[in-house]
Design a protein around this ligand. Structure first.
Ligand SMILES: [Zn+2]
Length: 280
């Protein structure tokens, strides 16, 4: 697979999905965007066409604040159909953004990351440039009994970490989710997304269910993943932090992560910008 060459060896992309826009009010979006603006970080929000149509002023607000809106499907439903049905759904999604916001959608993340092999070809045929529907794990905290509830709080974490990193590598190898974005079809760059999202840490019943006053722990886990990526030679870490869950109660997690990512030497970018700078 041909991979993207990036100038800096450690790059972070902040992303957050918006499924329905029911709870992502302007009051909730404002502190999230202001935090990013303080660090000059541009976020990419994957929004369903249905949500953007129902709450155009909220999508417009993100765009006016100079952050990015990309596609999260026509509706919030997994992409498991045939290639032709998926192409129709993606084209319908693009039409809504083009008609309502005069916006040319370039990127896509499948709802709940649920997709099949036909999705990549459909994304290509629909004229999109990048996809974020795969997951990647630097450290496989998730899906491992006992570990998933405790993460770095485990007394034995220091000893378990090399094994969890190895498990992450095996997952990435099996899922074909490399450190650097790769062309998954001739025109579509794949940016695998870190599988440890805000949902894994707050919402998932199998997870630690951190409270807002434990936000720093979330930031520490994300930094740990980034440091692990750096140690392996760097790459692009695409973070998922849904505004509906993170803002405003858990924003300290993102603040901590950005501060420490900068200290690790990371630069912030967006999948769209990285896809545009690619030399092929
Ligand atoms: Zn979603």
């Amino acid at each position: 697979m041909e991979s993207l060459e990036v100038a800096n060896d450690l790059v972070v992309c902040v992303t957050g999905d918006i499924d329905y826009f029911r709870v992502e009010t302007i009051e909730r979006l404002e502190p999230y965007l202001s935090l990013l603006d303080r660090y000059g970080v541009k976020a990419t929000f994957f929004v369903t066409a249905r949500a953007a149509e129902e709450y155009p002023e909220r999508a417009e607000y993100i765009l006016k604040r100079d952050h990015l809106v990309e596609g999260h499907g026509d509706v919030h439903k997994g992409f498991y159909e045939s290639e032709s049905v998926q192409i129709d759904r993606l084209n319908a999604m693009k039409r809504v953004f083009s008609k309502v916001f005069d916006l040319e959608i370039e990127g896509f993340r499948a709802p709940w990351y649920k997709h099949n092999p036909a999705t990549y070809l459909a994304v290509d045929r629909a004229g999109l440039r990048y996809d974020c529907s795969k997951k990647r794990f630097e450290i496989a905290f998730k899906g491992v009994p006992f570990v998933q509830k405790r993460y770095m709080d485990m007394a034995t974490y220091r000893y378990a970490k090399p094994l969890l990193e190895l498990a992450g590598s095996l997952y990435n190898l099996y899922s074909k989710s490399p450190r650097l974005p790769c062309y998954i079809t001739s025109n579509v760059l794949e940016f695998p997304t870190l599988g440890i999202s805000d949902y894994s840490l707050i919402g998932d019943p199998r997870g630690p269910r951190y409270r807002p006053d434990e936000s720093i722990k979330m930031g520490e886990i994300w930094v740990e993943c980034l440091a692990s990526l750096k140690q392996r030679g760097g790459g692009v870490l695409t973070l998922q932090a849904h505004p509906c869950r993170v803002s405003p109660e858990y924003l300290a997690s993102l603040d901590y992560f950005i501060q420490h990512a900068l200290r690790l030497g990371a630069v912030f970018s967006t999948p769209g910008d990285l896809a545009r700078t690619v030399s092929r």
